[in-house]
Design a protein around this ligand. Structure first.
Ligand code: HEC
Ligand code: HEC
Ligand code: HEC
Ligand code: HEC
Length: 206
């Protein structure tokens, strides 16, 4: 019958709709869990240990400068990272109107909760997203040394400290936010490359 036929043709659509709704719900689940969880740690404090972190911060020496300063000497990295998800992490929050939620900002910006780190979009737009210093730590001391032609160093997480840098990753990539947790080694190695998301056959130009 015609009636029966048209009734059945709705069935796949209803199933598709239910599947879509379920998928969206499972996407939001982690956000809901996060909202009910305790505040995440400051990544750099987690990576350095509280004592060493406090000592470094109390010295007042270290400042976040923003990734445009890194461009001067690390142009390949600066340009390569434009395609990296860390470079648009803040967009994720804007899409869901979580852009002023402290717990989200801790992992989706650079240096949130620290003396010279991200505060909000109005005051510190230059430190939105997870930038160079979001992984390597504040860069002012490193730049000063480099300009004096001294051996580069001065990065709290990134200088000869693969153990610390890995802990930086782990501070943000917790079990909840673990899409790539199972292959952290592989993900870590990828970031030695100026452009972690380049396809293999694309050669980096200087
Ligand atoms: C004035 C130039 C200069 C600027 C600006 C600069 N760097 Fe460097 N950086 C260097 C030099 C020189 C090295 C030594 C190794 C090399 O030749 O790549 C280096 C090395 C590094 C390394 C490798 C680890 C190490 O300490 O040897 C990292 C990571 C790094 N820089 C990150 C940054 C970040 C992040 C910024 C921005 C906050 C930045 N750099 C800004 C000159 C600079
Ligand atoms: C300050 C927090 C923070 C730090 C530190 C951090 N990440 Fe991330 N990472 C993020 C966020 C937030 C995203 C999601 C960005 C988006 O998709 O908008 C992300 C996305 C990624 C992705 C792509 C999505 C995925 O899970 O497959 C990889 C791979 C990744 N990070 C690896 C690393 C590695 C390796 C390190 C350490 C060297 C690191 N991250 C350090 C916050 C961080
Ligand atoms: C402990 C660090 C951490 C906190 C806190 C955090 N995120 Fe994330 N977020 C990540 C990382 C790491 C990724 C990328 C890896 C992944 O998706 O598993 C990510 C990915 C995302 C994504 C992309 C997910 C997808 O399916 O593509 C959204 C949206 C997001 N976060 C929203 C939020 C919101 C909203 C909050 C606050 C309620 C928040 N995050 C708090 C670390 C964090
Ligand atoms: C997601 C975290 C992450 C971000 C963001 C990030 N890096 Fe790195 N970077 C790493 C890791 C991991 C390594 C490899 C360290 C190692 O060899 O153990 C690395 C290595 C480097 C090196 C040394 C490369 C070499 O040849 O040894 C430089 C220079 C550097 N990064 C600069 C930058 C600059 C500039 C930016 C921003 C444009 C940046 N990084 C953003 C994680 C990151």
């Amino acid at each position: 019958m015609y009636g029966r036929y048209s009734e059945r043709s709705w069935l796949p659509r209803v199933i598709a709709l239910v599947v879509i709704i379920l998928f969206q719900a499972s996407g939001d689940e982690r956000v809901q869990e996060e909202c009910n969880a305790t505040m995440p740690p400051i990544p750099l404090e987690f990576a350095m240990g509280t004592e060493a972190y406090n000592k470094a911060m109390d010295s007042g020496q270290y400042r976040y400068v923003g990734n445009t300063k890194c461009r001067l000497c690390h142009r390949k990295f600066f340009i390569g990272r434009k395609k990296d998800p860390h470079d648009y992490a803040m967009k994720r929050l804007e899409a869901g109107q979580y852009e002023d939620n402290p717990r989200c900002l801790m992992c989706h910006t650079t240096g949130y909760g620290m003396p010279t780190g991200f505060v909000n979009r109005e005051r510190t737009p230059r430190l939105a997203n997870v930038q160079c210093e979001g992984c390597h730590g504040p860069g002012n001391v490193h730049i000063k040394l480099a300009k004096q032609k001294k051996p580069a160093g001065g990065l709290l997480a990134g200088e000869d400290r693969p153990d610390r840098l890995r802990k930086m990753c782990q501070s943000c990539h917790t079990e909840r936010w673990n899409r790539s947790y199972h292959d952290l080694d592989k993900a870590y190695a990828k970031y030695r490359n100026p452009n972690p998301n380049a396809r293999k056959h694309v050669k980096e130009s200087k």
